[in-house]
Design a protein around this ligand. Structure first.
Ligand SMILES: Cc1cc2nc3c(=O)[nH]c(=O)nc-3n(C[C@H](O)[C@H](O)[C@H](O)COP(=O)(O)O)c2cc1C
Length: 175
C-alpha cells in the first residue's frame, strides 16, 4: 500500500550529521504544531517546548550533556536547532509518555519535511541540576516541569542511514 504518512513513519532515521544552517522559521512552526497535537493522557496538554536557536545556549546545553555522558564531543552532532521537551510531572501520571509522544511527533514531522532529527537523551539530568534548573526558570518553565529529551534538528549533511533489520518477535497475535 502506498501511503505518504506510513512511508514517513517507516523511513525516518536518527540523523547525526548536519549542515550548519538553521531550518526555516516556517519549517520550525510546522514541526512544533505537530508536537502540540500529540496525544496526552487525559488530554492534559502537559508538555512544553523550548526552541533553542541561540548558538551559545545550544553549546552550553551540549557541554552539560557531554559532561553527564562523560565525553568531550558534541552530543548534539553539530545540529543547529534544538527543541528541549519538558512535561509537567505534577499534572499527570503519564508525563513521561506524553513528552515522549510529543518528541515522536516532532521527529516524524521533521522527516515529513525532509529535515533531519534525532532524540538526544539526558534532558532530565540536565534540567534537574541547579544550573539547568536556573536556565529553565529563566525561560519560564515552572518547577514541576521535567526534561524529557531533546529533538535536535537541521538539514542533513549527506547521511542516509539504513534501518536495522527488525526483530522477528515484535508481534504476537492473539486470535
Ligand atoms: C529515548 C531515546 C533516547 C535516545 N537518546 C539518544 C542519544 O542520546 N544520542 C543519540 O545519538 N541517539 C539517541 N537516540 C536515538 C536512537 O539511538 C535511535 O532511535 C535508534 O538507534 C534507532 O535508530 P533510528 O532512529 O534511526 O531508527 C535515542 C532514542 C530514544 C527513543
Amino acid at each position: 500500500m502506498e501511503n505518504e504518512s506510513i512511508r514517513t513513519l517507516l523511513t525516518r532515521r536518527s540523523i547525526r550529521k548536519y549542515k550548519p544552517e538553521h531550518i526555516s522559521e516556517e519549517e520550525m512552526e510546522i514541526i512544533l504544531e505537530a508536537g502540540k497535537y500529540a496525544p496526552t493522557g487525559k488530554g492534559t496538554q502537559c508538555t512544553k517546548f523550548v526552541v533553542i536557536r541561540n548558538k551559545a545556549v545550544r553549546d552550553t546545553l551540549s557541554a552539560m550533556n557531554a559532561e553527564i555522558l562523560g565525553t568531550t564531543g558534541d552530543p548534539f552532532y553539530g545540529a543547529p536547532d534544538v527543541i528541549a521537551v519538558f512535561a509537567n510531572s505534577a499534572a499527570t501520571k503519564t508525563w513521561v509518555e506524553d513528552g515522549s509522544l510529543a518528541l515522536g511527533n516532532l521527529m516524524n514531522a521533521a522527516h515529513a519535511l525532509g529535515i533531519g532529527s534525532c532524540w538526544i537523551n539526558r534532558a532530565r539530568q540536565t534540567f534537574g541540576s541547579p544550573e539547568g534548573r536556573a536556565m529553565a526558570t529563566a525561560w519560564g518553565i515552572p518547577e514541576s516541569y521535567e526534561g524529557i529529551g531533546y529533538c535536535i534538528l537541521g538539514y542533513t549533511d549527506g547521511e542516509e542511514p539504513s534501518p536495522k533489520p527488525r526483530k522477528e518477535d515484535f508481534v504476537i497475535y492473539v486470535d
